[in-house]
Design a protein around this ligand. Structure first.
Ligand code: NAP
Ligand code: ZN
Length: 351
């Protein structure tokens, strides 16, 4: 074991404080990574503040699952990585590798999937600690290759916000000629816009923040709608092939179901804890469907990273030092993020 520097919370209401955590010594298949940047996902906030009743938080909690770093050391059986490689780690750090979900490259649904933080740590006991840290040790099967041409601070969010939006866009066959709505222009939403646009779709952003209209167009949207304006919403009734809903708080899904054309689909990726009421008739008329989507498997995450490398796509980030995580969380709650916070881990070393 060795000590790594990290930032943790001690309770749902505590601020982040500097701490030291134990990381395991390398096993044969492990990669030790010096973390350079870690994105701040709204899931980090939900988890740090114990907002998900189905996934109670174990404290102290070190969130962070949008990790980009450099390989410091590899175990003797590692074949795919070498010291110095640029790599990424997302929401998953282990799975059994043999169950039907793993065989189908959907490791996130493996009954033994281990998430990057707040999951049982089979090596050290306790729970896993995430990327708000200067170092992490991960089985090579869960380490991703990062294209060399991308800005690293903006690449970190691809490991969660990127794959979470890419996976349903691909599942729904989004391509040229499709009209796609993205609801909520935050971390996930702005990646959804960039990726849907790069896939050739006609993109409409639905936002509660009128001030984000110009940004939405710059990020790749063709049209913007302020969702609180019923007349603007009505203009798109029955016209969208697909709606990607990234909203982090309770909101009205029915307003968006009405915008779907026949056989259209609304996929929820946002994860508010409270149930969201759905009108049966909103689904019946038009044979519409409502789905959910959880991140994406490792193979598809690599596909996304490679696509972003080819298309020069990264997240628009505001780079912050670790000392500003609490402030960043408050801004997330005000929907004031342009459009992902990315923590520069050099700030942890300088303390
Ligand atoms: P974020 O950066 O905070 O963005 C959320 C956006 O939702 C806000 O910027 C805002 O956009 C909109 N919004 C916020 N409160 C709202 C309200 N009361 N009514 C309507 N719109 C509201 O969050 P994120 O990191 O993108 O994450 C979004 C959600 O996805 C979170 O719940 C997170 O836990 C979840 N998530 C799920 C997965 C998965 O695998 N399914 C993966 C990662 C994250 P506007 O200002 O444009 O309205
Ligand atoms: Zn996330």
């Amino acid at each position: 074991m060795y000590d790594a520097r990290a930032y943790s919370v001690a309770s749902p209401t505590s601020p982040f404080t500097r701490t030291t955590i134990a990381r395991r010594d390398l096993t044969a298949h492990d990669v030790r990574i010096d973390i350079l940047f870690c994105g701040i996902c709204h899931s980090d906030l939900h988890q740090a503040r114990n907002e998900w009743s189905g996934m109670p938080t174990v404290y102290p909690c070190v969130p962070g699952h949008e990790i980009v770093g450099r390989v410091a050391k590899v175990g003797p059986a590692v074949t795919r990585f070498r010291q110095g490689d640029l790599v990424g780690v997302g929401c998953l750090v282990d799975s059994d590798g043999t169950c039907p979900e793993c065989q189908a490259h959907q490791e996130q649904f493996c009954p033994s999937a281990i998430f990057t933080y707040n999951a049982p740590d089979k090596h050290l006991g306790g729970v896993t600690y995430g990327g708000y840290s200067d170092s992490v040790v991960v089985d090579e099967r869960f380490v991703l290759r990062v294209p060399s041409n991308l800005d690293l601070a903006g690449t970190a969010p691809l490991l969660c916000a990127g794959i979470t939006t890419w996976s349903p866009l691909r599942r729904q066959g989004v391509t040229k000629g499709k009209k796609v709505g993205v609801v909520g222009l935050g971390g996930l939403g702005h990646m959804g816009v960039k990726l849907a646009r790069a896939l050739g779709a006609h993109v409409v952003v639905f936002t509660t923040s009128a001030s984000k209209r110009e940004d939405a167009l710059r990020l790749g949207a063709h049209e913007t709608v302020v969702s609180r304006d019923a007349a603007e919403m009505r203009k798109h009734a029955g016209s969208l092939d697909f709606v990607l809903d990234t909203v982090s708080a309770p909101h009205d899904l029915n307003a968006y179901l009405q915008l779907l054309r026949r056989d259209g689909n609304l996929t929820l990726v946002g994860a508010p804890d409270a149930p969201l009421p759905v009108s049966a008739f909103g689904l019946l008329f038009g044979n519409r469907s409502l789905s959910g989507s959880l991140i994406g498997g490792i193979r598809q995450t690599q596909e996304l990273l490679d696509f972003c490398g080819e298309h020069g796509i990264t997240s628009d980030v505001e780079v912050i030092p670790v000392q500003k995580i609490d402030e960043a969380y408050e801004r997330l709650l005000r929907s004031d993020v342009k459009y992902r916070f990315s923590i520069d881990m050099a700030s942890l070393k300088s303390q």
